[in-house]
Design a protein around this ligand. Structure first.
Ligand code: NDP
Ligand SMILES: O=C1OC[C@@H](O)[C@H](O)[C@H]1O
Length: 354
């Protein structure tokens, strides 16, 4: 099918649902899927109505003051989950129980154990489920992986540095903020460290999920008000000697150049407004006379349509997993982050496995 149609039910009307739905309805020249905003579920019907008025005024979305009504709506094909991390598992399970496909925001769940529960349920129902790690679906990311692993433009990779820092004034954030509330999964690692880890995994090794090489992991976390305000991970691949130095912080914003890949024949830098939103990469070959080459990627809107289009095509092809974000890859990332939190001391009340 060339241009499949997918009818979306949206759960939560906060920041990310606003950005995601804005992109779903964005007119684009390169459109290769039809996205219909079919239903909106919110804690109140008034909020859902407001959301439609603001974000998708042309749509005829049904609005509900309860999430369950979205899961039960027969017109909805796929549920997009845009609630805080701590509610992802419950929302995924409820949607799957109604036979819906699911695209769930990152981090997929609070830990690996919860993710296993969701994938087991999806397997039994035969529905498509994916973690919305949108950066992996950006053309820049795919081009960069090709340049590094297939074209070997900087020879053999030796080290990858990547940071995602944002200045989040913890003192002034309300206790209810998902960024600092422990019960909502607050802290830097699950919110933004997941991107630094993703870049490291994608650039240090060409495998994904079960085919990926297993690194040794060393890590540290700085804990304040029970959450990690900074996390650092060193990934070491014993077979190749490669190292990744991958960090996150809630104290200071990262420079626009947020990552650096060092290889035997040169260096690549990646830059953009945030570590989740790469705009350009630059290949800098070794040697004083060597010419730098810049690869600049423009994008209308935010760039969430790339993952949405990929999901539409996977579902049309009757797949239950994405090849760019397979279940085993989500489980691998969750397991690595579980380990970091186990060593670092950040814990959530409902997380009884660590
Ligand atoms: N891919 C990306 O670039 C981004 C991903 N995210 C991810 O999306 C998720 C949501 O983040 P974000 O949109 O920033 O969060 P917001 O706080 O802006 O919105 C979350 C929404 O979830 C609903 N909700 C349900 N229960 C609660 C609760 N107890 N506290 C707060 N909200 C609740 C609310 O919607 P309602 O009242 O309508 O039900 C709320 O508006 C997170 O998991 C985050 O990691 C976030 C930002 C960017
Ligand atoms: O995924 C994200 O990327 C951007 C950040 O501002 C946000 O907190 C995070 O959830």
């Amino acid at each position: 099918m060339d241009c499949p149609t997918l009818k979306w039910g949206i759960i939560g009307t906060g920041q990310i649902s606003t950005a995601f739905v804005t992109d779903l309805v964005l007119p684009r020249d390169d459109k290769n899927a039809n996205h219909v905003v079919q239903a909106i579920g919110s804690s109140s019907k008034e909020k859902a109505d407001e959301f439609v008025k603001k974000v998708a005024p042309e749509s005829t979305a049904t609005t509900y003051g309860a999430y369950d009504s979205v899961y039960a709506d027969p017109a909805v094909d796929i549920v997009y989950i845009g609630t805080p991390h701590a509610f992802h598992k419950e929302a995924c399970l409820a949607a799957i129980a109604q036979g819906k496909h699911v695209l769930c925001e990152k981090p997929f769940t609070l830990n690996r154990r919860e993710a296993v529960e969701v994938f087991d349920a999806a397997r039994k129902k035969g529905v498509f489920v994916m973690e919305a790690l949108w950066t992996r679906f950006m053309p820049l990311c795919q081009e960069l992986q090709k340049a590094v692993h297939e074209d070997k433009v900087i020879g053999e990779v030796n080290r990858v540095f990547c940071d995602f820092g944002l200045h989040m004034d913890l003192e002034t954030l309300p206790r209810s903020s998902r960024l600092k509330n422990v019960a909502l999964g607050g802290g830097s690692l699950l919110d933004i460290g997941i991107y630094s880890l993703t870049w490291g995994l994608l650039l240090l090794d060409n495998g994904i999920g079960e085919t990926a090489a297993t690194p040794q992991v060393f890590s540290a976390q700085s804990i304040s008000q029970k959450i990690d305000i900074a996390s650092s991970m060193i990934l070491h691949y014993p077979q190749t000697g490669r190292q990744g130095i991958l960090t996150s912080s809630m104290q200071i914003k990262t420079d626009p150049v947020f990552a650096r890949i060092e290889g035997s024949k040169g260096v690549i830098t990646i830059e953009g407004p945030a570590t989740s939103v790469p705009k350009k990469f630059t290949v800098i070959p070794r040697g004083e006379d060597a010419e730098k080459k810049e690869y600049d990627f423009s994008r209308p809107g935010y760039g969430f349509y790339w993952e949405a289009d990929a999901v539409a095509h996977d579902i049309a092809a009757k797949k239950t997993e994405s090849s760019r974000m397979p279940w085993a890859e989500t489980l691998r990332v969750m397991e690595l982050m579980d380990g970091v939190r186990e060593r670092g001391g950040a814990r959530f009340p409902q997380d009884d496995s660590i």
